[in-house]
Design a protein around this ligand. Structure first.
Ligand SMILES: *Cc1c(COP(=O)(O)O)cnc(C)c1O
Length: 464
């Protein structure tokens, strides 16, 4: 490298110092040390740019403004509650399943102090983590046994590690099920990273039991069926039933595993007349050896991966060193325990926050929408209708009729109106459709109605 050009040295010298910026900047609620590190990072960025691209330094005020914007952006990335007006019940970006009061109360009670997490109160000695929860989950899923890990992806990895052993590394799976769930979860890659070998059978749209039969060899460790959670196939399609797969597995002495993902415990057609979704009990009744599901999808609990099925398999899984690495925190146990209890208390209509949102009737939603519209008193604000969706890669075809609050505010674009709602004191995530800003009330909790009304009044008062 030669010597720096004059312009570059001048530019470098004119870079404001960290202290100088700090005097000008208000870091909001961010700790001073965090603000300082961001300012340092931003100045360093500019220094590198001068050296590599020969750019000029912006005016001092512009540097301050740009760093302030960055700080605001960072401050907004701090985890906080938002009002979900999208109507997407298991919105992956908004934290999937909300937890109800009872579950939260248990989390607070268990996590605030010490607990009997691994302590047997009867004997006064070391106890087993999750034994009560496992009993409840086994009972509500109809499995011989059940256990819990961090999420469904972890559950599948654990099962693969155990069943697709070095002696039997091959996993037989239909080409129609080599899916991607989202967040980078791709079945073929999960299989590979678990040290198993993929043995694809059939075609994208049609796989027959004979395809599985032909593929089984001395190295086959398991037959894996993966639920097509986030898409559906229609037309010239065919796949064997679970029962056929189980019969084949039994005949050849090979375990059959179902990655169910969404994992309903209740009949979804009873809630909001949704299409039927295979329940974990149905899968186990069909004879599947192990099923895994997500805790925070249709189950309506915290993030977790539930494994249910044959006792001997579950017991062996729990002895795998990986199980220890994938175990859940006490807060998850507390919330999941409460969720599982809700299902045991009422298996048809459990008092679970997500299920309550899904099954809320239209008249109630309409009444709330009318009250909000009345309260805001803006002429263009109306009660509308739309369909809520499951989201979270669950039941892509399912539509639940719902009630919305619609508005096309004069004077600002719809995108700008949505942005202002997002950046309010309590962030509100609305959606745009039919040239309108819409807020679906199915995913808004009734105790958020007042905040929603205030935010709408604020937005519409400003735009006039
Ligand atoms: C959602 C899903 C997963 C991943 O579940 P996480 O709990 O998010 O890890 C795995 N398999 C299927 C079929 C799914 O639908």
């Amino acid at each position: 490298m030669g010597t720096l050009s004059n312009e570059r040295s001048t530019a470098l010298r004119s870079l404001p110092s960290v202290d100088r910026i700090l005097q000008e900047i208000d870091g909001g609620t961010l700790p001073r040390i965090l603000v300082t590190s961001v300012v340092r990072e931003q100045i360093e960025l500019r220094r590198e740019r001068i050296l590599s691209e020969n750019t000029k330094v912006e005016a001092f005020e512009d540097v301050v403004e740009s760093i302030s914007t960055e700080l605001t952006h960072i401050e907004r990335s701090r985890l906080r509650g938002v009002i979900n007006g999208t109507g997407v019940l298991l919105h992956t970006n908004l934290g999937r399943s909300p937890l109800g009061e009872a579950a939260l109360q248990r989390v607070v009670e268990v996590a605030r102090g010490y607990s009997n997490l691994e302590f047997d109160l009867s004997q006064g000695e070391r106890g087993k983590r999750g034994s009560f929860l496992e009993r409840c989950l086994a009972l509500s899923s109809g499995g011989e046994a059940a256990t819990v890990v961090n999420n469904c992806a972890a559950a599948l990895v654990l099962i693969l590690r155990y069943l697709a052993s070095p002696d039997h590394p091959e996993v037989v799976i239909s080409r129609g099920e080599l899916i991607e769930i989202g967040g980078g979860f791709r079945i073929p890659e999960i299989l590979e990273s678990s040290g198993s070998r993929l043995r694809e059978v059939g075609t994208t749209n049609r796989t027959r039991i004979a395809d599985y039969e032909r593929a089984i060899g001395p190295e086959t460790g398991m037959l894996l069926k993966v639920h097509r959670s986030n898409f559906y196939q229609e037309g010239f399609v065919e796949e064997p039933t679970l029962e056929e797969l189980v019969a084949l597995g039994r005949e050849r002495g090979i375990p059959v595993v179902l990655d169910l993902g969404s994992g309903a415990l209740v009949d979804t057609e009873n809630i909001a007349k949704l299409p039927h979704e295979t329940t974990i009990a149905e899968a186990l009744k069909a004879g599947v050896d192990l099923v895994c599901i997500s805790g925070d999808k249709l189950l309506g609990g915290p993030q977790a991966g539930i494994i249910a099925g044959k006792k001997s398999h579950v017991a062996t899984l729990k002895k795998n060193p990986l199980f220890r690495a994938l175990r859940c925190d006490k807060m998850v146990f507390a919330a999941l325990e409460e969720t599982a209890l809700a299902y045991l208390e009422d298996s048809e209509n459990p008092d679970v926050s997500l299920i309550n949102l899904m099954s809320e009737d239209l008249d109630t939603l309409r009444g709330r929408a009318e009250a909000i519209v009345r309260k805001v008193g803006y002429p263009g604000l109306r009660v509308g209708s739309a369909y809520s969706r499951c989201g979270g890669g669950t039941m892509p075809k399912a539509k639940i009729p719902s009630i919305t609050i619609d508005v096309n505010p004069q004077g600002i674009g719809l995108g700008e109106a949505a942005r202002r709602l997002r950046l309010g004191v309590i962030p509100i995530v609305a959606y745009l459709a039919d040239d309108e800003l819409k807020i679906d009330l199915r995913t808004v909790f009734s105790n958020q109605d007042d905040d929603l009304a205030s935010a709408l009044a604020e937005l519409l008062r400003v735009v006039g």
